[in-house]
Design a protein around this ligand. Structure first.
Ligand SMILES: N[C@@H](CCOP(=O)(O)O)C(=O)O
Length: 439
């Protein structure tokens, strides 16, 4: 499969090149040259396939010929070692629990897949520096997924005051080949610094940079797999049902773009919901046709505090830049902090189900939109509620227990380089040689 830049169709690259480069030079995003479709047989067997089997079928056309079928099977087996169950929260409303992986967020899927691809592609005499901007969950998943890999250093760039205490511990305490930079700014500032680094000639001569945000195809594409798995599980429970809506809590919009790509491959999802917090750039666009990125505002659903969603060009590409076509499939929804808190409390009381602030927006969107859409719904539970321990405990007035994956971070020492939102300083920092846990 070849990939072109969303800014230049002629700029084509192989999967391997796209993964190593991360971003095209022209500041577009890599996009598959053609979108393969999966046959009826695949969809008939989907309810009985395991996650690694689904991953193999879905991803093979995208990685051929750079990854052999044998290697892909091995990678899929290593990535999907945890469950992604579909849980009924109430009649016709299901949660797809994406938080059972090592860092308790959906990002584990893409980060683990990408780390294995990059390891296979990296040249021994040309070490790679992976830059990753995070509003909370990506940083931990990438630091964990790449930890200890030879020849690959990871730099997590995050808004100093924009992530939860536990999220910060997850990527500032690992050391080895990982380090963290706390920026005086927002997630968007961090993502801009990372993108600037890719277009800086000087820096690119000295460093072999790659990105591990979902702007990298190896992070983005595997996120399709759990949409297929969700549908398979739902179909097993409801063999005669045909229509379904999936609500995707969205910040950088890689997850929704992956779901829509899966739909284009034939996955019969009737509607998607682009569910956001007060950073409602995409719901606004769906309503008005005007795409207006804005400075992000801080919310209780911090991983979605993104004012300039970086994957949106891919969603536009999937709908050939036709707003009406997008509106027919994608419904916009947003909720403020009070609505999020109210939903967490209500669902806990009514159903005994613990939503995290991001999943709460997904759930609420279904509650409000399903009567009109007339389908059952699935929302993505993108992260474990305990990752937002402080705010969850305030909302519920009771203690939240940490899962084992998070308990291990208690009492650890953070190692962070704090700095202003300034590219010159960031570049200087990146030019230094990596020392364990610091730059
Ligand atoms: N919500 C993200 C923001 C970055 O998203 P990505 O999917 O592009 O890595 C986070 O938790 O960091």
């Amino acid at each position: 499969m070849n990939y072109y830049s969303t800014n230049d169709y002629a700029a084509q690259m192989s999967f391997k090149e796209a993964v190593i480069k991360g971003l095209p030079k022209d500041k577009g995003l890599f996009f598959p040259h053609e979108i393969p479709t999966l046959g009826e047989d695949f969809f008939e067997s989907l309810p009985s396939l395991s996650l690694p089997e689904i991953a193999f079928e879905v991803l093979q056309p995208y990685v051929t010929p750079d990854i052999t079928p044998e290697d892909l099977r091995k990678i899929c087996g290593e990535v999907f070692t945890f469950q992604i169950p579909l849980v009924e929260v109430e009649k016709d409303v299901y949660a797809l629990e994406l938080f059972h992986g090592p860092t308790c967020a959906f990002k584990d899927v893409g980060a683990r897949f990408m780390s294995r691809c990059l390891q296979a592609f990296a040249e021994p005499d040309r070490p790679v520096t992976v830059l990753v901007a995070t509003s909370g969950d990506t940083g931990s998943a990438v630091a964990n997924g790449f930890l200890g890999l030879e020849n690959i250093d990871v730099v997590v760039v995050y808004p100093q005051f924009g992530v939860s205490e536990i999220q910060e511990m997850q990527f500032t305490t690992l050391g080895q080949n990982t380090s963290a930079v706390g920026i005086e700014g927002t997630f968007d500032d961090c993502q801009t610094l990372v993108k600037q680094a890719f277009s800086d000639e000087d820096l690119n001569q000295k460093k072999n940079l790659s990105s591990a945000n979902s702007i990298n195809v190896a992070r983005w594409l595997p996120q399709m797999v759990y949409f297929f798995h969700a549908w398979g599980q739902w179909k097993k429970l409801n063999p005669d049902a045909a229509e379904i809506t999936i609500s995707v809590p969205s910040g950088n919009f890689g997850n929704l773009a992956a779901g829509l790509l899966a739909r284009q491959m034939g996955l019969p999802i009737t509607y998607f919901v682009a569910a956001t917090n007060r950073n409602r750039i995409v719901p606004n666009y769906l309503e008005t046709g005007e795409y207006a990125p804005a400075p992000s505002v801080a919310t209780i659903a911090n991983a979605m505090d993104v004012g300039n969603p970086n994957n949106f060009p891919r969603i536009q590409e999937l709908f050939r830049h036709e707003l009406e076509a997008m509106q027919q499939v994608v419904k916009g929804f947003w909720a403020d902090d009070e609505e999020i808190k109210g939903t967490i409390k209500l669902v806990h009381q009514e159903n005994g189900y613990l939503l995290d602030p991001h999943g709460a927006i997904g759930y609420l969107s279904l509650r409000q939109l399903l009567p009109e859409l007339k389908t059952p719904g699935i929302f993505l539970e993108t992260a474990h509620p305990a990752k937002f321990k402080e705010s969850m405990e305030k909302v519920l007035g009771q203690e939240i227990e940490l899962p084992e994956q998070l308990k291990v971070f208690q009492g650890r020492q953070k190692q962070v380089t704090d700095m202003p939102n300034d590219f010159a300083g960031f570049k200087l920092l990146l030019m230094q040689e990596h020392k364990e846990g610091t730059l």
